[in-house]
Design a protein around this ligand. Structure first.
Ligand code: FE
Length: 191
């Protein structure tokens, strides 16, 4: 069994103009696919062949971990976003509590990584991971994530990372996905 690239949960142009279809096609079809393909090549014939992506992330290191965690993080990222048209009218209590904290965590993060809303021991908090780092190896339950790698925003926003993060937080985050994760309704992710 190989690890599959999950399809995007919306059309390539669904997040335009904040995340253009050009960016989304490259990000999903080249970057995310690249991590999945490299991972499959690395685990072929090894004890990890046949394991789930989450099992591989939790039991590997080095290149296998980097590619597996990037594959997992990207799948989680696509589900953390939704087109503006699918937003409900009322503001999520999570958005009220954590929107500004996500923006400041992103502004304070150096280099590539991910900004997360997580639950740990009954406490909700915003965290950052560097490179391929992921909360699922740290005893934390991820609720939603923002990709902070340059490939996520550079074509659309160049060096204005704050504009990308601000737009994602204010317009594209799927807070209901986070609420469902918090309630444990999404215990088995499709990827
Ligand atoms: Fe990415």
């Amino acid at each position: 069994m190989t690890i599959a690239l999950p399809p995007l949960p919306y059309a390539d142009d669904a997040l335009d103009p904040l995340i253009s279809s050009t960016t989304l096609k490259l990000h999903h079809g080249a970057h995310h696919r690249g991590y999945v393909d490299k991972l499959n090549a690395l685990i072929k014939g090894s004890a990890l062949e046949g394991a789930s992506l989450e099992e591989i992330v939790k039991s590997s290191s080095g290149s296998v971990f980097n590619n597996a965690a990037q594959a997992w993080n990207h799948a989680f990222f696509w589900s953390s976003l939704r087109p503006k048209t699918r937003h409900r009218g009322s503001k999520s209590h999570l958005a009220v509590r954590f929107a500004e904290a996500l923006k400041s965590a992103a502004a304070g993060h150096f280099g590539s990584g991910w900004i997360w809303l997580v639950e740990e021991g009954g406490i909700l908090k915003v965290t950052a991971t560097a490179n391929a780092g992921t909360p699922i190896t740290q005893g934390q339950k991820p609720l939603l994530v923002i990709d902070l790698w340059e490939h996520a925003y550079y074509l659309d926003h160049q060096n204005r990372r704050d504009a990308y993060v601000g737009g994602v937080v204010d317009h594209l985050l799927d807070w209901e996905f986070a609420e469902r994760n918090l309630l444990d309704e999404e215990t088995t992710h499709a990827w």
